[in-house]
Design a binder for this molecule. Structure first.
Ligand SMILES: Nc1ncnc2c1ncn2[C@@H]1O[C@H](COP(=O)(O)OP(=O)(O)OP(=O)(O)O)[C@@H](O)[C@H]1O
Ligand SMILES: [Mg+2]
Length: 343
């Protein structure tokens, strides 16, 4: 983690549950990490490990019957030259402040772009609305801003796209339009939740390049959630690995790929699909032995122990593994792991 001055988001012991009649789903179960200004942080982990719920918790958009039940989400916002510390878990998710943070300062790109647009309004109308929601622009100014952002995301013929409906655009174009909408207010943080999983490889490469370029220009931080470790390698500087709602390893991207410590991370890396195996379907990492247990029943001790080839009986099934810093403390690139093997 970088020095405190540059911290943008600091999440500690976050817990988000869903209360269902069958039981309580511990979707995020004590996750901690921080993110610096302008940094690109990847989040990886198998399906169901709580990546999307964590993203939604940050934005205060966890759907019922879910809610954040514990922990902190400190957000260090800058308004002009003033820096202000906000505890997002204490804000009313529907209140004025949270609504203005959402969209204006922190915005999100979802996997399914169609689902983020209303089918009955044109792309342009929706971007203009997003712009005017937070900024005192006249209709004309907002129009010009929308056209500019559409051309910035590489949309051919932005003024024609402005008048199109979402269903008239291809998947790649719709994804670009959603990124345009997410960026229309120059957020300090963009949360991208599998933004390219539904796209073909060529369009995916274009969108990723676009996001990198825009990040350089606008200096925003990106939280990049994906199953695709190849995308992580291309896009991120640092990566956190999640398992059953917790962060089990936190390292810079090279360290994570070349010196993974947690047995779960090691197994994930071994499960990278070979080149050419990619399909249009949403890809799942499934080749680790055993299944992810359902978060109704998180195993005691280290939640990964039933699937871990290196588990120590009597220890891993009983002790909550410590969060350990590896290497020199205060090093520019810190490496953390949650596993008794390194205690
Ligand atoms: N609306 C909901 N109601 C009940 N349970 C939910 C809801 N949304 C998510 N969950 C549960 O919370 C857990 C975490 O889900 P989440 O969507 O965050 O996983 P994920 O890591 O994003 O998975 P994927 O890689 O498939 O997107 C899962 O067990 C999921 O079933
Ligand atoms: Mg998800």
């Amino acid at each position: 983690m970088a020095n405190d001055e540059s911290i943008l988001l600091d999440i500690k012991n976050l817990k988000t549950n869903f209360y269902l009649s069958e039981g309580t789903v511990h979707a995020v179960n004590g996750a901690s990490f921080s993110l610096s200004r302008g940094e690109t942080l990847g989040i990886v982990g198998e399906s169901g490990c709580g990546k999307s719920v964590m993203a939604r918790s940050i934005l205060g958009i966890v759907p019922a019957p879910g809610r954040v039940v514990d922990g902190q989400i400190r957000y260090y916002r800058r308004v002009g030259s003033i820096e202000e510390e906000l505890e997002l878990t204490e804000l009313d998710p529907k209140g004025h402040l949270m609504r203005s943070i959402r969209g204006l300062e922190i915005s999100m790109v979802f996997q399914e772009p169609m689902a983020s647009f209303s089918p009955v309004h044109t792309i342009g109308e929706q971007i203009v609305e997003a712009i005017q929601l937070h900024q005192p622009f006249t209709g004309r100014e907002a129009y010009h801003q929308a056209i500019e952002i559409l051309s910035r995301v590489g949309m051919p013929e932005p003024s024609r796209t402005f008048d199109r409906y979402p269903h008239e655009l291809s998947g790649g174009m719709c994804q670009r339009a959603m990124i345009a909408m997410a960026l229309s207010c120059h957020p300090s943080l963009l949360i991208a939740d599998e933004p390219t999983t539904a796209l073909d490889v060529t369009t995916e490469a274009q969108i990723l390049r676009l996001m990198r370029d825009l990040q350089k220009k606008l200096g925003m931080a990106i939280l990049f959630i994906t199953h695709n470790l190849g995308v992580i390698a291309q896009m991120t500087e640092r990566v956190i690995v999640m398992y059953l709602g917790r962060v089990v390893e936190d390292a810079d991207v090279d360290t994570l790929f070349y010196h993974p410590l947690h047995p779960y991370t090691q197994a994930l890396l071994q499960s990278i699909p070979r080149l050419g195996q990619r399909t249009r379907d949403r890809r799942r990492l499934t080749s680790i032995q055993g299944m992810v247990p359902h978060p109704y029943q998180i195993p005691p001790g280290c939640p990964f122990h039933p699937r871990c080839s290196q588990q120590i009986p009597g220890v891993c099934d009983q002790q909550n593994p410590p969060w350990l810093q590896m290497g020199a403390s205060g090093a520019a690139r810190e490496h953390w792991v949650r596993c008794v093997l390194y205690a």
